[in-house]
Write a protein that binds this ligand. Structure first.
Ligand SMILES: [Mn+2]
Length: 428
């Protein structure tokens, strides 16, 4: 069950290989006229990966209801199977980001399963935004910033356990997102809450192995609706500064107010060497956790424009972790995650096409119109043939969604996995 049969994939690719080659050749000619070698872009895309969040392969819910999907994963090993399919068909998702305690299992078994599926483990995610069966104290009023020292100690211990589990899986980072905050003015003391949070994070930081990083993930609101302890990138930056050189900021695209200039935040964090990574997704209103590039693909491109700028200029201490973070109510999660992985690759490919020397010249000359046009020229390019060819050469699918549907994978796992109404999935 863990992978789709090669014959199905071969049949799918054979039917489309000729058209893909022809489209690739045409685009290659077009790009050559712009001084771009298409094979160089393809090589960069082939080397680019984005991690799948284990919680993303389940069907999400809203505050009002959850409608279970068919053949949803029952446990982490089913989740890894689904992640394996996504990587098999896209060739773009070589790693998985785990969430503890949801994904707790024997590390030896997890490593064995991951090896079988050709997967590795990216950043670990702790969870102190809900209560755990084996945690005696409640996180209802916070975790790392809780007024009660014993509750803070329990949350610290959980984060250290996540590091210990991750170390056995080959992970090199811990992402910390907390729901701590308040729903009413006066409910908490802003400065004291933040001080408690920083002190708790210092204890977690001390437990990091030498080659690990810790990412603080900010979010403007929810579940706290008046004030959140780690609400914006400025606060996240202060945390990273207070903790030390192994601490960085993680940008979840959906964790900002709708009009916030996220690409500028990315630039600031790069400039001050504190960009740790991303949770890619898209949103219209808040933390909507929609598929990457589904609402504002231009914004995703502009974020990648900053990343490529840093890449080509060899920005110091620049090694962001790329992860998806999305939740699905009305789509098959495997399909949505494949589409998102491809959209993230697309944004990267488009950003690689920007004529940076021309852009710099237009900026120097204050030629706003030509500067914008330089970005638009790259953005308007259809890079599908590059993405498809990179997949084909890796033995992945030219059209991942079509190959997935042809495989009948969902129907097969549905026969083995009974529908579950439980929550399981999460929105972080
Ligand atoms: Mn997130």
């Amino acid at each position: 069950m863990s992978i789709i049969e090669k014959t199905i994939l071969d049949q799918h690719n054979e039917a489309q290989a000729k058209n893909t080659a022809s489209d690739y050749a045409v685009l290659g000619d077009q790009l050559a006229r712009r001084g771009i070698a298409i094979d160089d872009i393809k090589a960069k895309i082939a080397g680019f990966g984005v991690a799948i969040p284990t919680w993303g392969v389940g069907t999400g819910g809203t505050r009002f209801a959850r409608f279970p999907g068919s053949g949803e994963p029952r446990h982490i090993f089913d989740k890894l199977d689904d992640c394996g399919i996504i990587h098999q068909l896209t060739g773009a998702t070589p790693t998985v980001s785990m969430h503890i305690p949801w994904d707790k299992a024997d590390p030896a078994d997890l490593n064995g399963k991951a090896e079988e599926l050709n997967l590795g483990f990216d950043a670990m995610n702790s969870n102190t935004f809900q209560d755990h069966d084996d945690h005696p104290l409640s996180y209802k009023f916070g975790s790392l910033s809780h007024t009660d020292p014993a509750t803070r100690a329990q949350a610290i211990e959980h984060n250290i356990e996540c590091i210990e589990i991750g170390a056995k899986l080959g992970s090199k980072a811990l992402t910390v997102w907390v729901g701590d905050g308040s729903n009413f003015p006066g409910q908490t003391h802003f400065a004291k809450s933040f001080e408690r949070y920083i002190e708790a994070m210092k204890s977690i930081y001390k437990a990091l192995p030498d080659d690990w990083r810790v990412f603080s993930e900010h979010k403007i609101y929810e579940p706290a609706f008046y004030a959140t302890v780690v609400q914006d990138w400025g606060t996240s930056y202060l945390i990273a500064q207070e903790l030390g050189p192994k601490a960085y900021c993680l940008v979840d695209l959906g964790h900002h107010a709708p009009t916030v200039n996220i690409e500028m935040i990315v630039s600031r964090l790069i400039q001050f060497k504190k960009l740790g990574g991303f949770h890619f997704n898209d949103s219209k209103y808040g933390d909507d956790d929609l598929d990457a590039g589904s609402i504002d693909p231009y914004r995703l491109f502009l974020v990648f424009n900053e990343l490529v700028d840093a890449e080509v200029n060899n920005a110091p201490d620049f090694n962001p972790a790329h992860m998806l973070d999305q939740s699905h109510n009305v789509t098959d999660p495997i399909e949505s995650l494949m589409v998102s992985a491809v959209e993230v690759q697309r944004a990267y490919a488009l950003a690689l096409l920007v004529d940076r020397a021309a852009l710099e010249g237009h900026q120097q000359d204050n030629d706003a119109l030509m500067a914008m046009n330089t970005l638009k020229t790259a953005y308007r390019t259809d890079v599908d043939p590059i993405l498809a060819m990179a997949r084909l050469e890796k033995g992945a699918a030219i059209d991942p969604v079509a190959a997935y549907r042809a495989s009948g994978y969902r129907a097969k796992v549905s026969a083995q996995r009974p529908a579950s109404a439980g929550s399981g999935g999460g929105i972080v």
